[in-house]
Design a protein around this ligand. Structure first.
Ligand code: ATP
Length: 392
Protein backbone atom coordinates (compact mmCIF):
# COMPACT_ATOMS: atom_id res chain seq x y z
CA UNK A 1 0.00 0.00 0.00
CA UNK A 2 2.79 2.39 0.98
CA UNK A 3 4.61 1.53 -2.25
CA UNK A 4 1.53 2.48 -4.22
CA UNK A 5 1.41 5.91 -2.56
CA UNK A 6 5.07 6.48 -3.34
CA UNK A 7 4.44 5.41 -6.93
CA UNK A 8 1.62 7.85 -7.43
CA UNK A 9 3.78 10.65 -6.08
CA UNK A 10 6.65 9.55 -8.29
CA UNK A 11 4.49 9.67 -11.41
CA UNK A 12 2.96 12.94 -10.44
CA UNK A 13 6.28 14.71 -10.17
CA UNK A 14 7.49 13.05 -13.38
CA UNK A 15 10.85 11.75 -12.18
CA UNK A 16 12.41 8.32 -12.48
CA UNK A 17 11.82 6.19 -9.36
CA UNK A 18 14.78 5.56 -7.08
CA UNK A 19 14.92 1.82 -6.15
CA UNK A 20 17.36 2.57 -3.26
CA UNK A 21 14.52 4.52 -1.66
CA UNK A 22 12.10 1.66 -2.16
CA UNK A 23 10.38 3.40 -5.05
CA UNK A 24 9.06 0.97 -7.63
CA UNK A 25 6.66 2.01 -10.33
CA UNK A 26 3.44 0.05 -10.37
CA UNK A 27 2.71 -1.27 -13.85
CA UNK A 28 1.25 1.44 -16.03
CA UNK A 29 -2.24 0.58 -17.23
CA UNK A 30 -4.13 1.60 -20.36
CA UNK A 31 -6.32 3.74 -18.12
CA UNK A 32 -3.26 5.60 -16.83
CA UNK A 33 -2.28 6.34 -20.42
CA UNK A 34 -5.74 7.54 -21.41
CA UNK A 35 -5.95 9.65 -18.28
CA UNK A 36 -2.61 11.30 -19.08
CA UNK A 37 -3.73 11.92 -22.67
CA UNK A 38 -6.76 13.83 -21.38
CA UNK A 39 -4.31 16.64 -20.83
CA UNK A 40 -3.43 16.76 -24.54
CA UNK A 41 -5.38 19.28 -26.56
CA UNK A 42 -5.84 18.88 -30.33
CA UNK A 43 -4.10 21.88 -31.96
CA UNK A 44 -7.00 22.50 -34.36
CA UNK A 45 -10.09 21.46 -32.43
CA UNK A 46 -8.94 22.80 -29.04
CA UNK A 47 -10.37 19.87 -27.11
CA UNK A 48 -8.60 16.97 -25.47
CA UNK A 49 -7.89 14.08 -27.80
CA UNK A 50 -9.53 11.47 -25.55
CA UNK A 51 -12.92 13.26 -25.42
CA UNK A 52 -12.69 13.78 -29.19
CA UNK A 53 -12.39 9.99 -29.60
CA UNK A 54 -9.05 10.33 -31.40
CA UNK A 55 -7.15 7.81 -29.20
CA UNK A 56 -7.79 4.58 -31.09
CA UNK A 57 -5.28 2.15 -29.64
CA UNK A 58 -3.25 2.00 -26.46
CA UNK A 59 -0.77 -0.81 -25.86
CA UNK A 60 1.30 -0.95 -22.70
CA UNK A 61 4.21 -3.23 -21.84
CA UNK A 62 6.73 -2.64 -19.01
CA UNK A 63 9.17 -1.22 -21.57
CA UNK A 64 6.94 0.56 -24.03
CA UNK A 65 3.76 2.58 -24.52
CA UNK A 66 2.25 2.54 -27.98
CA UNK A 67 -0.57 4.95 -28.87
CA UNK A 68 -2.40 5.32 -32.18
CA UNK A 69 -4.09 8.70 -32.60
CA UNK A 70 -6.54 9.09 -35.48
CA UNK A 71 -7.82 12.61 -36.08
CA UNK A 72 -10.76 13.63 -38.26
CA UNK A 73 -8.77 16.44 -39.89
CA UNK A 74 -5.69 16.13 -42.10
CA UNK A 75 -2.68 15.80 -39.85
CA UNK A 76 0.46 16.65 -41.82
CA UNK A 77 0.76 20.17 -40.44
CA UNK A 78 0.25 19.29 -36.78
CA UNK A 79 1.63 15.76 -36.61
CA UNK A 80 4.95 16.68 -35.01
CA UNK A 81 3.33 19.10 -32.56
CA UNK A 82 0.70 16.58 -31.43
CA UNK A 83 3.28 13.81 -31.07
CA UNK A 84 5.43 16.08 -28.90
CA UNK A 85 2.41 16.98 -26.72
CA UNK A 86 1.55 13.28 -26.26
CA UNK A 87 5.15 12.37 -25.42
CA UNK A 88 5.34 15.15 -22.85
CA UNK A 89 2.08 13.99 -21.25
CA UNK A 90 3.18 10.34 -21.12
CA UNK A 91 6.76 11.05 -20.07
CA UNK A 92 5.65 11.36 -16.44
CA UNK A 93 4.55 7.70 -16.43
CA UNK A 94 8.20 6.66 -16.39
CA UNK A 95 8.09 4.04 -19.18
CA UNK A 96 11.32 3.93 -21.20
CA UNK A 97 9.94 3.98 -24.74
CA UNK A 98 6.94 5.87 -26.05
CA UNK A 99 5.68 5.41 -29.59
CA UNK A 100 2.97 7.74 -30.86
CA UNK A 101 1.45 7.28 -34.33
CA UNK A 102 -0.65 10.16 -35.61
CA UNK A 103 -2.91 9.77 -38.65
CA UNK A 104 -6.32 10.88 -39.82
CA UNK A 105 -9.51 9.55 -41.32
CA UNK A 106 -12.26 11.87 -42.57
CA UNK A 107 -15.45 9.95 -41.75
CA UNK A 108 -18.10 10.09 -44.49
CA UNK A 109 -21.30 11.95 -43.72
CA UNK A 110 -24.70 10.57 -44.67
CA UNK A 111 -27.56 13.03 -44.83
CA UNK A 112 -31.05 11.49 -44.73
CA UNK A 113 -32.96 12.09 -47.95
CA UNK A 114 -29.80 12.80 -49.93
CA UNK A 115 -27.96 10.28 -52.09
CA UNK A 116 -24.29 10.00 -51.09
CA UNK A 117 -21.72 10.77 -53.77
CA UNK A 118 -19.79 7.54 -54.40
CA UNK A 119 -16.14 7.81 -53.37
CA UNK A 120 -16.52 11.13 -51.50
CA UNK A 121 -16.45 11.54 -47.70
CA UNK A 122 -17.44 15.22 -47.43
CA UNK A 123 -18.67 17.79 -49.92
CA UNK A 124 -17.88 21.47 -49.33
CA UNK A 125 -19.54 24.23 -51.36
CA UNK A 126 -17.44 27.31 -52.12
CA UNK A 127 -19.89 30.13 -52.78
CA UNK A 128 -20.06 33.89 -53.12
CA UNK A 129 -22.81 36.45 -53.36
CA UNK A 130 -21.04 38.47 -56.05
CA UNK A 131 -18.97 37.61 -59.10
CA UNK A 132 -15.32 38.58 -59.28
CA UNK A 133 -14.55 38.33 -55.56
CA UNK A 134 -12.02 35.58 -56.28
CA UNK A 135 -14.18 32.56 -55.42
CA UNK A 136 -12.65 30.26 -58.07
CA UNK A 137 -9.15 31.41 -57.16
CA UNK A 138 -9.90 30.64 -53.51
CA UNK A 139 -11.49 27.26 -54.38
CA UNK A 140 -8.43 26.16 -56.40
CA UNK A 141 -5.88 27.28 -53.81
CA UNK A 142 -7.94 25.95 -50.91
CA UNK A 143 -8.12 22.55 -52.68
CA UNK A 144 -4.33 22.59 -53.07
CA UNK A 145 -3.71 23.67 -49.47
CA UNK A 146 -5.98 20.87 -48.19
CA UNK A 147 -4.18 18.40 -50.41
CA UNK A 148 -0.79 19.61 -49.11
CA UNK A 149 -2.01 18.97 -45.57
CA UNK A 150 -2.43 15.30 -46.50
CA UNK A 151 -6.07 15.05 -47.67
CA UNK A 152 -7.32 13.51 -50.92
CA UNK A 153 -9.16 16.32 -52.65
CA UNK A 154 -11.35 16.84 -55.70
CA UNK A 155 -12.74 20.03 -57.25
CA UNK A 156 -15.96 20.20 -59.23
CA UNK A 157 -16.43 23.38 -61.25
CA UNK A 158 -20.18 23.98 -61.03
CA UNK A 159 -20.08 27.12 -63.16
CA UNK A 160 -21.59 25.52 -66.27
CA UNK A 161 -21.87 28.77 -68.25
CA UNK A 162 -18.45 30.22 -67.45
CA UNK A 163 -16.11 27.52 -66.16
CA UNK A 164 -12.80 29.02 -65.05
CA UNK A 165 -11.22 26.09 -63.23
CA UNK A 166 -9.62 24.59 -66.40
CA UNK A 167 -7.79 27.88 -67.01
CA UNK A 168 -6.73 28.22 -63.38
CA UNK A 169 -5.21 24.72 -63.53
CA UNK A 170 -4.01 25.17 -67.10
CA UNK A 171 -5.78 21.97 -68.21
CA UNK A 172 -6.31 21.70 -71.98
CA UNK A 173 -7.41 18.07 -72.13
CA UNK A 174 -10.90 16.73 -72.64
CA UNK A 175 -12.58 14.40 -70.14
CA UNK A 176 -13.65 10.92 -71.23
CA UNK A 177 -16.07 8.32 -69.92
CA UNK A 178 -15.26 4.78 -68.78
CA UNK A 179 -17.00 1.55 -69.89
CA UNK A 180 -19.90 2.24 -67.51
CA UNK A 181 -20.37 5.73 -68.95
CA UNK A 182 -18.96 7.36 -65.84
CA UNK A 183 -16.89 10.50 -66.38
CA UNK A 184 -13.22 10.15 -65.50
CA UNK A 185 -11.99 13.29 -63.70
CA UNK A 186 -8.75 14.87 -64.85
CA UNK A 187 -5.94 15.07 -62.36
CA UNK A 188 -3.64 18.03 -61.79
CA UNK A 189 -1.24 18.64 -58.89
CA UNK A 190 -2.83 15.66 -57.11
CA UNK A 191 -6.35 17.16 -57.31
CA UNK A 192 -9.16 15.37 -59.20
CA UNK A 193 -10.93 17.98 -61.31
CA UNK A 194 -14.16 17.97 -63.34
CA UNK A 195 -15.55 20.92 -65.27
CA UNK A 196 -17.94 21.70 -68.10
CA UNK A 197 -14.85 23.15 -69.76
CA UNK A 198 -13.52 19.59 -70.23
CA UNK A 199 -16.59 18.53 -72.18
CA UNK A 200 -17.29 21.36 -74.56
CA UNK A 201 -15.52 23.84 -76.75
CA UNK A 202 -14.29 26.70 -74.55
CA UNK A 203 -15.93 29.25 -76.78
CA UNK A 204 -19.24 27.46 -77.28
CA UNK A 205 -22.12 29.28 -75.62
CA UNK A 206 -24.38 27.28 -73.38
CA UNK A 207 -28.01 28.23 -72.88
CA UNK A 208 -29.71 25.62 -70.76
CA UNK A 209 -32.83 25.95 -68.71
CA UNK A 210 -33.31 24.69 -65.15
CA UNK A 211 -34.09 20.97 -65.80
CA UNK A 212 -31.10 20.55 -68.11
CA UNK A 213 -28.79 22.27 -65.62
CA UNK A 214 -30.12 20.01 -62.88
CA UNK A 215 -29.44 16.92 -65.01
CA UNK A 216 -25.90 18.01 -65.83
CA UNK A 217 -25.07 18.76 -62.20
CA UNK A 218 -26.39 15.32 -61.20
CA UNK A 219 -24.25 13.74 -63.88
CA UNK A 220 -21.17 15.61 -62.64
CA UNK A 221 -21.77 14.71 -59.01
CA UNK A 222 -23.02 11.14 -59.18
CA UNK A 223 -21.77 10.08 -62.61
CA UNK A 224 -18.10 10.95 -62.10
CA UNK A 225 -15.67 8.29 -60.98
CA UNK A 226 -14.29 10.08 -57.91
CA UNK A 227 -11.59 8.05 -56.26
CA UNK A 228 -11.88 7.85 -52.47
CA UNK A 229 -11.76 11.58 -51.75
CA UNK A 230 -11.74 13.10 -48.28
CA UNK A 231 -13.14 16.36 -49.63
CA UNK A 232 -14.86 17.33 -52.84
CA UNK A 233 -14.99 21.11 -53.22
CA UNK A 234 -17.82 22.51 -55.34
CA UNK A 235 -16.94 25.83 -56.98
CA UNK A 236 -20.39 27.41 -57.35
CA UNK A 237 -21.27 30.22 -59.73
CA UNK A 238 -21.82 33.56 -57.93
CA UNK A 239 -25.22 34.41 -56.47
CA UNK A 240 -28.23 32.32 -55.56
CA UNK A 241 -29.62 31.19 -58.93
CA UNK A 242 -30.78 27.90 -60.47
CA UNK A 243 -27.47 26.06 -60.17
CA UNK A 244 -27.02 26.93 -56.49
CA UNK A 245 -30.60 25.95 -55.66
CA UNK A 246 -30.30 22.66 -57.58
CA UNK A 247 -27.10 21.84 -55.77
CA UNK A 248 -28.47 22.54 -52.32
CA UNK A 249 -31.34 20.18 -53.19
CA UNK A 250 -29.37 17.26 -54.58
CA UNK A 251 -25.83 17.46 -53.21
CA UNK A 252 -25.25 15.99 -49.75
CA UNK A 253 -23.31 19.07 -48.66
CA UNK A 254 -21.41 18.69 -45.40
CA UNK A 255 -20.84 22.45 -45.30
CA UNK A 256 -20.31 25.65 -47.25
CA UNK A 257 -17.77 28.46 -47.17
CA UNK A 258 -18.65 31.96 -48.35
CA UNK A 259 -16.05 34.05 -50.16
CA UNK A 260 -16.26 37.83 -50.13
CA UNK A 261 -14.16 40.95 -50.46
CA UNK A 262 -14.30 43.65 -47.77
CA UNK A 263 -16.54 45.88 -49.91
CA UNK A 264 -20.05 46.62 -48.68
CA UNK A 265 -21.73 45.43 -51.91
CA UNK A 266 -20.01 42.06 -51.73
CA UNK A 267 -20.73 41.64 -48.02
CA UNK A 268 -24.42 42.44 -48.48
CA UNK A 269 -24.84 39.62 -51.00
CA UNK A 270 -23.09 37.12 -48.75
CA UNK A 271 -26.16 37.23 -46.51
CA UNK A 272 -28.34 35.88 -49.35
CA UNK A 273 -26.01 32.91 -49.70
CA UNK A 274 -26.08 32.41 -45.97
CA UNK A 275 -29.88 32.31 -45.94
CA UNK A 276 -29.96 29.90 -48.90
CA UNK A 277 -27.66 27.38 -47.18
CA UNK A 278 -29.43 27.82 -43.86
CA UNK A 279 -32.82 26.98 -45.31
CA UNK A 280 -31.33 23.87 -46.97
CA UNK A 281 -29.86 22.70 -43.64
CA UNK A 282 -26.29 23.13 -44.89
CA UNK A 283 -23.96 24.40 -42.17
CA UNK A 284 -22.04 27.52 -43.17
CA UNK A 285 -18.51 26.83 -41.98
CA UNK A 286 -17.52 30.47 -42.17
CA UNK A 287 -16.53 33.36 -44.36
CA UNK A 288 -13.26 33.89 -46.24
CA UNK A 289 -12.26 37.47 -46.94
CA UNK A 290 -10.28 37.69 -50.17
CA UNK A 291 -8.28 40.71 -51.35
CA UNK A 292 -8.42 41.76 -47.71
CA UNK A 293 -5.40 44.02 -47.75
CA UNK A 294 -2.27 44.88 -49.67
CA UNK A 295 1.19 44.43 -48.24
CA UNK A 296 3.93 46.66 -49.57
CA UNK A 297 6.55 44.23 -50.94
CA UNK A 298 9.32 46.65 -49.89
CA UNK A 299 8.41 47.62 -46.33
CA UNK A 300 5.52 45.28 -45.45
CA UNK A 301 3.13 48.16 -44.73
CA UNK A 302 -0.47 46.94 -44.72
CA UNK A 303 -3.13 48.89 -46.61
CA UNK A 304 -6.81 47.98 -46.47
CA UNK A 305 -7.62 48.88 -50.08
CA UNK A 306 -11.34 47.99 -49.89
CA UNK A 307 -11.88 48.96 -46.24
CA UNK A 308 -11.23 47.13 -43.02
CA UNK A 309 -13.08 44.75 -40.73
CA UNK A 310 -16.08 44.13 -43.01
CA UNK A 311 -15.99 40.33 -43.03
CA UNK A 312 -15.22 40.20 -39.32
CA UNK A 313 -18.29 42.33 -38.56
CA UNK A 314 -20.41 40.10 -40.80
CA UNK A 315 -19.04 36.96 -39.13
CA UNK A 316 -19.79 38.39 -35.69
CA UNK A 317 -23.30 39.47 -36.66
CA UNK A 318 -24.26 36.09 -38.11
CA UNK A 319 -22.26 34.07 -35.57
CA UNK A 320 -20.00 32.27 -37.99
CA UNK A 321 -16.22 32.08 -37.98
CA UNK A 322 -13.99 34.25 -40.15
CA UNK A 323 -11.93 31.43 -41.66
CA UNK A 324 -9.19 33.73 -42.93
CA UNK A 325 -8.12 36.87 -44.73
CA UNK A 326 -6.25 36.52 -48.00
CA UNK A 327 -4.21 39.51 -49.12
CA UNK A 328 -3.65 40.69 -52.67
CA UNK A 329 -0.92 38.64 -54.24
CA UNK A 330 0.92 39.55 -57.42
CA UNK A 331 1.34 35.90 -58.36
CA UNK A 332 -2.37 35.05 -58.13
CA UNK A 333 -3.55 36.98 -61.19
CA UNK A 334 -0.28 36.78 -63.12
CA UNK A 335 -0.50 33.01 -63.36
CA UNK A 336 -4.14 32.93 -64.41
CA UNK A 337 -4.31 30.75 -67.50
CA UNK A 338 -0.73 29.55 -67.24
CA UNK A 339 -1.85 26.70 -65.01
CA UNK A 340 0.27 27.42 -61.97
CA UNK A 341 -1.90 28.37 -59.02
CA UNK A 342 -0.14 30.23 -56.23
CA UNK A 343 -0.14 27.19 -53.93
CA UNK A 344 2.03 25.14 -56.27
CA UNK A 345 4.60 27.87 -56.80
CA UNK A 346 7.77 28.26 -54.83
CA UNK A 347 7.31 31.62 -53.15
CA UNK A 348 10.22 31.30 -50.73
CA UNK A 349 12.65 34.18 -50.28
CA UNK A 350 15.41 32.09 -51.91
CA UNK A 351 13.37 31.76 -55.09
CA UNK A 352 12.74 35.52 -55.20
CA UNK A 353 9.12 35.17 -54.12
CA UNK A 354 7.95 38.40 -52.55
CA UNK A 355 6.28 39.18 -49.28
CA UNK A 356 2.79 39.46 -50.78
CA UNK A 357 2.95 35.96 -52.28
CA UNK A 358 4.26 34.40 -49.08
CA UNK A 359 1.55 36.13 -47.05
CA UNK A 360 -1.15 34.89 -49.47
CA UNK A 361 0.22 31.32 -49.39
CA UNK A 362 0.29 31.39 -45.56
CA UNK A 363 -3.27 32.71 -45.54
CA UNK A 364 -4.48 29.89 -47.81
CA UNK A 365 -2.82 27.33 -45.52
CA UNK A 366 -4.51 28.90 -42.49
CA UNK A 367 -7.89 28.92 -44.28
CA UNK A 368 -7.47 25.24 -45.21
CA UNK A 369 -6.72 24.33 -41.60
CA UNK A 370 -9.69 26.29 -40.28
CA UNK A 371 -12.00 24.83 -42.95
CA UNK A 372 -10.92 21.24 -42.25
CA UNK A 373 -11.44 21.79 -38.52
CA UNK A 374 -14.88 23.34 -39.09
CA UNK A 375 -16.08 20.62 -41.49
CA UNK A 376 -15.02 17.89 -39.05
CA UNK A 377 -17.47 19.31 -36.51
CA UNK A 378 -20.26 20.42 -38.85
CA UNK A 379 -23.70 18.87 -38.38
CA UNK A 380 -25.44 18.96 -41.78
CA UNK A 381 -29.17 18.42 -41.94
CA UNK A 382 -30.00 20.01 -38.58
CA UNK A 383 -32.00 22.93 -39.79
CA UNK A 384 -33.86 20.84 -42.35
CA UNK A 385 -34.44 17.64 -40.47
CA UNK A 386 -33.66 18.15 -36.79
CA UNK A 387 -30.63 17.35 -34.67
CA UNK A 388 -30.79 13.59 -35.15
CA UNK A 389 -30.60 13.84 -38.91
CA UNK A 390 -26.91 13.28 -39.39
CA UNK A 391 -25.34 9.86 -39.33
CA UNK A 392 -21.57 9.68 -39.34
N1 ATP B 1 -5.89 37.44 -53.57
C1 ATP B 1 -5.86 37.91 -54.81
N2 ATP B 1 -4.89 38.76 -55.19
C2 ATP B 1 -4.86 39.28 -56.43
N3 ATP B 1 -5.75 38.98 -57.39
C3 ATP B 1 -6.74 38.13 -57.07
C4 ATP B 1 -6.85 37.55 -55.78
N4 ATP B 1 -7.94 36.75 -55.78
C5 ATP B 1 -8.48 36.80 -57.00
N5 ATP B 1 -7.78 37.63 -57.80
C6 ATP B 1 -8.05 37.98 -59.20
O1 ATP B 1 -9.40 38.48 -59.25
C7 ATP B 1 -10.01 38.08 -60.47
C8 ATP B 1 -11.32 37.34 -60.18
O2 ATP B 1 -11.02 36.11 -59.58
P1 ATP B 1 -11.94 34.82 -59.81
O3 ATP B 1 -12.13 34.54 -61.25
O4 ATP B 1 -11.37 33.75 -58.96
O5 ATP B 1 -13.30 35.37 -59.19
P2 ATP B 1 -14.72 34.67 -59.08
O6 ATP B 1 -15.34 35.21 -57.85
O7 ATP B 1 -14.60 33.19 -59.17
O8 ATP B 1 -15.44 35.22 -60.33
P3 ATP B 1 -16.75 34.63 -61.05
O9 ATP B 1 -17.53 33.90 -60.03
O10 ATP B 1 -17.45 35.85 -61.54
O11 ATP B 1 -16.24 33.72 -62.13
C9 ATP B 1 -9.01 37.22 -61.21
O12 ATP B 1 -8.31 38.02 -62.13
C10 ATP B 1 -8.04 36.77 -60.12
O13 ATP B 1 -6.75 36.51 -60.59
Amino acid sequence: MIVAVINIETRAIGRTPDPSQGEVLAPVSEDDVRQALRGVSDPDLKQDIVSLGFVKKVQVTPERILVDVERTVPSATVEALLRARCEAALGALGVAAIEINVGFQVPPVTIPGKTPVPGVARLIAVASGKGGVGKSTVAVNLALALSQSGARVGLLDCDLYGPSVPALFGIQERAHADGQKRLIPLSEYGIEVMSMGFLMDRLAALSWRGPMLHKMLSQFLFGTRWRELDYLLLDLPPGTGDVQLSLTQIAPLAGAVLVTTPQKVALRDVVKGLEMFKSAGTPVLGVIENMSYHLCPCCGERTAVFGEGGAQRLADKYEMPLLGQIPFSRKVPSVLGSGEPLMVRDVSEESAGDLTDRAAADAFRAVARATAAAISQARPGWAAAGPDAMEV
